[in-house]
Design a protein around this ligand. Structure first.
Ligand code: NAD
Ligand code: MN
Length: 365
């Protein structure tokens, strides 16, 4: 029997609620499998750790994660610590330290979810956004000088490398090729950003020649927001820079009904390092500590984790259980207009995983 070694990092806010919920459903799925199990190790890094030690995670923290098979992450963000400290001190440290350059964000309207686009059927919206996750606008290049003086200056330089752009576009073309529609939209802004984004466009054309069976087009990022709302069915796989995809994927999550549902995978496609799976939402200060967080984004992230580990059958079973639960409005949390608690939703998913009927359904599907 294979044992996967999983690091869990709940982090801050509702991360502390949804990550244990995610661990519970993974344990429930392993309990029914003779083929694999999990060995979890939890790390208490984040805002509380920062208050005690002055850093979000220890200096040698990456070494503790290095030989894990995957990482399940909650959120970094504390009401009393500046956001750039929490983000750079934990989540980005792991993403960049482990060169998780491909951030993959699927979006679908799950059964039972009331999504805001009135002219859109659930079948019209089935996207995967691929976000460049290692450089670009979030490269961390820049600086400040003359602080506090009238001549104060600050820069954030968007840095794009040919190697970085080639590898993310190649990843996106390959992902598009693996999906039924074989359709890729490359997001750009080369009209205004006339250096790096022009190179991005040139490299897109170059890589496209390796994938003659993939249909692809280009869209300016501002126009892409309107297209997502007005013509969602014209999109399938979408690739964009770090900043552009960050924004587009929050829009995608909202169009699918709630930020609380959306999952993401931070992948090292070469598998030199562990990849990291997390809901796309943050710490949700307004509801933290109340047991009201929607755990579905974490559960769907766990599905992505299972797929990454090669446990495709378990991934399918978990996704089927999630969709059965979202279809039942009495199991909707507050973000979906319901009254259910994190524990009720988690119990319901675990109960379905324990029932042989659900296993049969997933296998038939
Ligand atoms: P947020 O995602 O925390 O919350 C936005 C809104 O969505 C809130 O009203 C919240 O209650 C709701 N929401 C989010 N997830 C939910 C869930 N699972 N169930 C129910 N409702 C949910 O975004 P924000 O308010 O912009 O950020 C709060 C903090 O989180 C900040 O410190 C920010 O830096 C951090 N953050 C971290 C990450 C990350 O670690 N990946 C991502 C986004 C934000
Ligand atoms: Mn974001």
């Amino acid at each position: 029997m294979k044992t996967y070694r999983i690091a869990t990092i709940p982090g801050d806010g509702i991360g502390k609620e949804v990550v244990p919920a995610g661990q519970r459903v993974l344990e429930a799925i392993a309990a029914r499998s003779d083929a694999f199990g999990f060995e979890f190790e939890s790390f208490d890094w984040g805002g509380d750790y920062y208050r005690e030690h002055g850093v979000m995670m220890p200096a040698d923290g990456l070494d503790a994660l290095r030989d894990k098979d995957a990482i399940l992450f909650g959120s970094a963000g504390d009401p009393h610590i500046p956001d750039h400290v929490t983000l750079w001190g934990l989540r980005l440290k792991i993403c960049q330290g482990f060169d998780q350059y491909a951030n993959v964000r699927p979006t679908r309207i799950l059964p039972g979810i009331d999504a805001p686009l009135k002219r859109c059927t659930p079948q019209d919206l089935d996207w995967v956004i691929v976000r460049e996750n290692s450089e670009g606008e979030y490269a961390g290049v820049g600086g400040r000088a003359h602080q506090g003086h009238p001549i104060e200056v600050a820069t954030d330089v968007s840095m794009m490398t040919r190697a970085g752009v080639e590898r993310i576009l190649r990843f996106a073309f390959r992902l598009a090729q693996s999906r039924p529609r074989k359709l890729l939209t490359v997001i750009t802004k080369s009209n205004a950003q006339r250096h790096a984004m022009v190179m991005w466009d040139e490299i897109a054309l170059q890589i496209s020649k390796e994938f003659p069976d993939v249909h692809w087009d280009k869209e300016l990022v501002d126009a892409a927001t309107a297209r997502m709302v007005n013509r969602p069915a014209t999109l399938d796989t979408i690739v964009a820079t770090n900043l552009h995809a960050d924004i587009l994927s929050d829009l995608a999550a909202a169009l699918a009904g709630s930020l609380g549902i959306a999952p993401t995978a931070n992948l090292d496609p070469e598998r030199r390092y562990p990849s990291m799976f997390e809901p796309i939402h943050g710490s949700a200060f307004d509801i933290m500590g109340k047991g009201l967080a929607n755990p579905v984004g974490t559960f769907w992230s766990a599905v992505m984790m299972l797929d990454h580990l090669g446990e495709h059958d378990a991934a399918r079973r978990l996704m089927a259980a999630i969709e059965r639960v979202t279809a039942d409005a009495s199991l909707h949390t507050g973000d979906l207009g319901g009254n259910a608690t994190t524990v009720q939703v988690t119990d319901a998913v675990c109960a379905l995983l324990a029932s042989p009927a659900n296993v049969a359904t997933a296998q038939a599907a």
